[in-house]
Design a protein around this ligand. Sequence first.
Ligand code: IPE
Ligand code: IPE
Ligand code: MG
Length: 240
Amino acid sequence: MSQVPHHIAIVMDGNGRWATRRYLPRVAGHKQGVDALNRCVRACAARGVAVLTVFAFSSENWNRPVEEVSGLMELLAMALSREVPKLKAEGVQLHFVGERAGLSDKVSAGLAQAEAATKHNTRLVLNVCFNYGGRWDIAQAAARLAAQGQPLTEASLDSAMALAHVPDPDLLIRTGGEQRISNFLLWQAAYSELYFSDSLWPEFDEAELDAAIAAFNRRERRFGKTSAQLAGVANAQKVA
Ligand code: IPE
Ligand code: IPE
Ligand code: MG
């Protein structure tokens, strides 16, 4: 029986290479990347995925050439005005996850407005990680708890983390051929199934998504237990 992951996380990598191969500026690849994200959001909603978390801009991406960084900021502003009304109508609840300080006032106001406009939606939760780093998230959670005089425990950190409103990702996909985490969900991916695709993000389509979900279904998630223990539970369920 095929199971749809409750929460899918994606490192949307390969936009720059997609553009360079076509002799286009890298920002043209990021534009195509927005279209790919649109398709992916719709495909996930249609398949019954409850949460989609995407990596759009990392804390380290500030180190790119200025024109690429400013192109990405403009693209975000453009995508907000163009896509948010559609996402709102389609039942998508938007969250922007990451450090807001450092973003322009216009961009951070746009993010807050988009979140407010979609907060009552329930069909799909879309977390866009922007100016995000996994280390930043752990550090900001710890700093916040410490400032409140709270003990630092796994549970308290977990609930102070930027993705506390959703369960951990079941499936983590990275496109673009690299097999690394690049400071994405360091805490939350502890037991995510990892899936690497050689497709560049602008090429990622429904067939690719289905291939990733099919691979997920072939995995055995043991969470530290043995296969036999899991089989025991399955058999007990059959008998009950
Ligand atoms: C991912 O694509 C998008 C961002 C990091 C903003 P890249 O821009 O990293 O594309 P490649 O890896 O250079 O092809
Ligand atoms: C990760 O991709 C960040 C995003 C997709 C937003 P990068 O292209 O920045 O990662 P590295 O530099 O190849 O590790
Ligand atoms: Mg890259």
